[in-house]
Design a protein around this ligand. Structure first.
Ligand SMILES: [Zn+2]
Length: 297
């Protein structure tokens, strides 16, 4: 059942991207910001996730979302009682317009340092002109944002007492990044630390080519190896708290229904994480073998 639902969700994401592009209502609908761990907060929209990590030395923002999102993210940050101008570092999940379209504005307003995984640097600095799928109706251009610091697989980002690890989980984009950290959840015994995973992205559309044919080359050299590496990396990550670049990855709206009663512990979902990764891998393996079979004819 879960597998069917996830596949359905992937299909919905694929089709809604092509048909609705930037106007997907769940991407722009505001929701009240909420706390996940002692120092991690959700400040995104109904489906486009944005995370605020609060430290003694200022704050980290993961994902600036759409070009139109920064005012909404800022309002969420301030509603929680934090200062927008304390944003010291901007990170992202992947270089598509729904996660970094607002990056230039966030940087302009906060002077945050923009730290980006190696494979996505030129995409972000050209506002998606160098995206391997471009030109494509799915690749919407955005304001280019200067990258201050290039990250590599396994690098850590440190600010104050917080350490985030950048896992390169490429394929969806060439620098797609899954972020992990360890943190304590309000309501749990002192000293209980949880593994937090913020999945960067694992999906693809029909225009992704994993196999070269006489009509077209692969989407980019190494894309199949990247996806394989991504799934083995994600399978190996210890996960208690399952989060991601889209709320839909981790059934956020469903979990939030229990939040008022149960608090942030509703996001502890190691089984949901395992299922999500397994389903995504299955979807990829199936598509790969279909492309291989089509080429063999
Ligand atoms: Zn994307």
């Amino acid at each position: 059942m879960r597998a069917t639902l996830s596949c359905l969700f992937l299909l919905l994401v694929c089709s809604s991207r092509s048909i609705l592009a930037e106007v997907n209502p769940s991407w722009t609908t505001s929701i009240a910001p909420f706390q996940i761990t002692d120092n991690l907060y959700y400040v995104g929209s109904e489906d486009l996730a944005s995370y605020l990590i609060v430290t003694r030395a200022g704050n980290i923002l993961i994902n600036a979302n759409l070009a139109s999102s920064p005012p909404q993210i800022r309002a969420s940050v301030e509603k929680l009682g934090f200062h927008w101008s304390d944003t010291r570092i901007l990170l992202n999940s992947q270089a598509h317009y729904d996660h970094v379209g607002g990056a230039a504005e966030v940087i302009r307003e906060t002077h945050a340092k923009n730290m980006v995984m190696d494979g996505d640097v030129s995409v972000i600095e050209t506002g998606a002109r160098t995206d391997f799928l471009s030109p494509s109706p799915n690749i919407v251009r955005y304001a280019p944002a200067h990258v201050d610091s290039v990250l590599h697989d396994g690098d850590t980002v440190r600010l104050g007492d917080v350490v985030l690890t950048a896992h390169k989980t490429a394929g969806h984009t060439r620098g797609c990044t899954t972020w992990t950290m360890r943190s304590h959840l309000p309501g749990e015994p002192a000293g209980t630390m949880r593994n937090i995973v913020i999945v960067g992205g694992v999906g693809f559309w029909s225009e992704y080519h994993f196999v070269a044919t006489p009509r077209h080359s692969v989407s980019y050299p190494g894309i199949t190896q990247d996806f394989r590496h991504t799934f083995s990396e994600l399978r190996a990550l210890p996960c208690d708290v399952f989060l991601g670049a889209h709320g839909g990855y981790f059934d956020m709206l469903t979990k939030l229904k229990r939040y008022a009663q149960a608090g942030p512990r509703v996001f502890i979902d190691p089984a949901g994480y395992k299922d999500f990764v397994a389903d995504a891998q299955e979807t990829f393996v199936k598509a790969l073998s279909q492309q291989e079979a089509a080429t063999a004819h």
